[in-house]
Design a protein around this ligand. Sequence first.
Ligand code: AMP
Length: 440
Amino acid sequence: MHFKDLNITPALLKALHDLGFDTPTPIQEKAFPVVMSGKDVVAIAQTGTGKTFAYLLPILRQLNFSEQKQPRVLIVVPTRELVVQVTDEIKKLTAYINIRYAGIYGGANINTQKQLIYNGLDILVATPGRLMDMFLSRTLQFHSIQKLVIDEVDEMLNLGFRPQLLSIMEAIPPKRQNLLFSATLDEDVEKMIAGYFHQPVYLELVARGTPIEKITQYAYYVPNFNTKINLLEYLLLTDESIKKVLVFVKNKKLGDILYKSLEPKFIGEIGIIHSNKTQPQRFSSLKKFLEGNNRVLIATDIIARGLDIPEMSHVINFDTPKEPGDYIHRIGRTGRADKEGSTVTFITEVEKLFQIKIETLMNKKIHMLDLPLEVEISNILIPEEKPIKKDKNLKKFNKQATPKGAFHEKKDKNKKVNLGGKRRQETKRRKEAKFISKMK
Ligand code: AMP
């Protein structure tokens, strides 16, 4: 199969050719005729399968020149980084066609983004929160949307964007084509499909829970967090095959501790990306890693999900994920595009239970390695690892404590939450009421 065999315009073919892409990936081949037919699509495909072009190609093929201001295609993605990634992909494909597009996301100047919409657009790429802000402020209208793409929907639901997603689905005229892309298909996603999609065609590319074959999976039993740091340092110092590594951590706090500990020893080699970092920091860390200037990127699951990072030699699970599905996603970040990839997982005593769940899901054992003798075993535990002591005095205190003891209710004036000024609250309330009454 060649891109020429799909019903693609010469301008798109030329753009693909410039990128060095001549043959469609399986998801692109499968999705093209279905999207062109106008049917709703639910595609289970992970990042790295070429799924972005799978929906962009038929969309761009069908999008004619227009001077209409409001967008006709809406692409909703969970994170700011993905907005940038998708708009970059549109840029590449539209090198020889006149299509207006823009990306909007929270945490950036809203007025600059409003101007992009006022200028007129064909395709809008957005995160759900900022999208709803634009809609409620009447900058953006949905009446001309013909195609709605929801990418990485499972991640959006994980991030708590369900209300915004439902509002978006309600607010866009129902006569539209829905295209949904998700790495997993769970009950939450199925509910959404049942409520808003019309007899969708299901395209499943990677069987759920199947690890990508080419990935070599190793693991070490490591007693605690600080020993994990020692092991990671050792691996980075001694294993030259670790050229570009994504290190997954379970939360921002532990990520920051790890960063602080590694940075002085590997100056200029370590980056970190999580939701507490400012937008410029996030973009800069990612850019340095993508361009090969940083060897290591420490990341939480949420931020790393969906990002296309080519040529990654390793994924290290600094903690063993509790959810086996997360493990599959994480390791799927390496071994891309016919390249071999390796994953290394650090497993504590507590995490052995998660290992069993992962191995059961994969129906495959992870190859265990002995902890190298050179790695110093630390006895210093971080607060999370310290056993919870039963305090005798606390027991006595609890017995004596009356309901009105030391833990009294907050005074009313201290319960207040800052909701903005009265005028802002009133405007917001009116907008929401109007929106809800429209929905009814
Ligand atoms: P995605 O799954 O959309 O995140 O895409 C992963 C990577 O594959 C991106 O860097 C794309 O530019 C690249 N890609 C997309 N389509 C093709 C293709 N037909 N052949 C080779 N690479 C592709």
